[in-house]
Design a protein around this ligand. Structure first.
Ligand SMILES: *Cc1c(COP(=O)(O)O)cnc(C)c1O
Length: 396
């Protein structure tokens, strides 16, 4: 039995795709590895809130042994529903101006639980080719048939909807707003208008994992930015990235929330998030609207990096703070990452199966606590180390 496991590991090693858990010590914006401090360019702490010691100190002051509850000790449906669970959901609903919200233990729980719950064998799922693994797993667990459309190809999507509308009771369109690996965006207004033209036949599911906290006037995501939060049937986001916490949410109609409480298995059959986590998330979420300065700084860093890459002849499809630098083979991506690490920047290679074969890349994930000077130093180094031979965007 272990022989075949060993063989698999050896094959992965040969392909340059073997994964190992990195040993790191975290020091705010930096990570220490092998006794060296590197600026973290691979973190999802987009607003720099997880690295902000003052924020933690302020939160800790509000805690007492009575309020510090490290476990919910039960599912929400049994004894794990605390006042703070609903306070957080009410705060989200108020911010989004939605009827209701529901919190999940993680984005992975949310996506793998929601999609099977809201679909059945009479549903057709049309999903973008580049959606996150948690959405793919949700689709796999569903009874619905699914078709993946070419990444952001809404012409193809419209054709598919037109072709299948009469054959199915319902069509669920599944996309991310900002895509994890390419850093580009779905055209939400166009998706919303497609959804509208089919009345209740078509439902729209949007995962804002990388946009929550980062986009929109109040930091609620791309849907807020584009003014279409109310036109998306299932608007989902996570707290593990810009919100510096753990968990996920959906904002939706009240009837949808009541339905989900009865149907989402990773909501029902798991211990709820610890109240202390929910308190921290609530603390952060309430402050998000006031964090426009962090969002603007992040956006200016991203513009600087994208423009410089373009000036070096690397076209980039990224329109966000997630900026891929394509290396091609896994070994080249690994070499480039090591080189940048040697000079003080913690950058990681992203390899198959996370991305398609031959599109291994560095994934630069910018955060608001990086300075303009650090960005400039990184760009200079990148120019020296990377001789681009390819376009920076696998689907161009
Ligand atoms: C990170 C991510 C998730 C998973 O969220 P977790 O809270 O980390 O489980 C889901 N969807 C997308 C698009 C993501 O990038």
């Amino acid at each position: 039995m272990t022989d075949s496991m060993q063989q698999t590991l050896e094959t992965l090693e040969r392909q340059g795709n073997l994964r190992r858990l990195p040993r790191l010590t975290h020091k705010g914006r930096f990570v220490e590895t092998d006794g060296k401090e590197l600026l973290n360019l691979s973190s999802n702490d987009y607003l720099g809130l997880a690295a902000d010691r003052n924020l933690r100190a302020e939160f800790l002051e509000s805690l007492t042994p009575d309020s510090f509850l490290p476990s919910a000790s039960s599912s929400r449906l049994l004894t794990g529903n605390y006042a703070i669970s609903e306070q957080l959901e009410n705060a989200l609903a108020t911010l989004f101006g939605s009827e209701a919200a529901l919190v999940f233990n993680s984005g992975y729980h949310a996506n793998t639980g929601l999609i099977p719950a809201i679909t059945d064998s009479q549903t057709l799922i049309l999903a973008d080719k580049l959606i996150h693994a948690s959405l793919i797993d949700g689709i796999r667990l569903s009874e619905a048939r699914s078709i993946r459309y070419r990444h952001n190809d809404l012409n193809q999507l419209e054709r598919l909807v037109a072709r299948y509308a009469s054959e199915y009771e319902r069509i669920l369109i599944v996309t991310e707003s900002i895509f994890s690996m390419d850093g580009d965006e779905a055209d939400l207004p166009r998706l919303v208008s497609l959804r509208r033209s089919y009345a209740d036949k078509v439902w729209l599911y949007v995962d804002e994992a990388h946009a929550f906290g980062v986009r929109g006037k109040q930091g609620l995501g791309c849907a807020e930015e584009k003014g279409c939060t109310h036109d998306i049937d299932f608007l989902v986001g996570t707290f593990g990235k810009a919100a510096a916490s753990v968990g996920a949410y959906i904002v939706c109609r009240k009837v949808v929330r009541d339905f989900l409480v009865n149907r989402v298995r990773p909501f029902i059959f798991t211990t709820a998030l610890p109240p202390v986590n929910l308190m921290w998330t609530h603390f952060i979420v309430q402050r998000l609207p006031q964090m426009a300065d962090r969002r603007e700084h992040l956006s200016s860093l991203a513009t600087l990096l994208r423009t410089s890459l373009q000036m070096q002849g690397l076209s980039t499809c990224s329109t966000s703070h997630i900026i891929p630098i394509l290396a091609g083979s896994s070994t080249e991506a690994t070499r480039l990452a090591r080189q940048l690490q040697r000079y003080g920047f913690y950058v990681l290679p992203i390899r198959p199966p996370t991305v398609p074969e031959g599109t291994s890349r560095l994934r630069i994930s910018l955060t608001a606590n990086i300075t303009q000077e650090e960005m400039q130093a990184f760009l200079t180094l990148l120019t020296d180390q990377h001789s681009p031979t390819k376009t920076n965007c696998e689907h161009l």
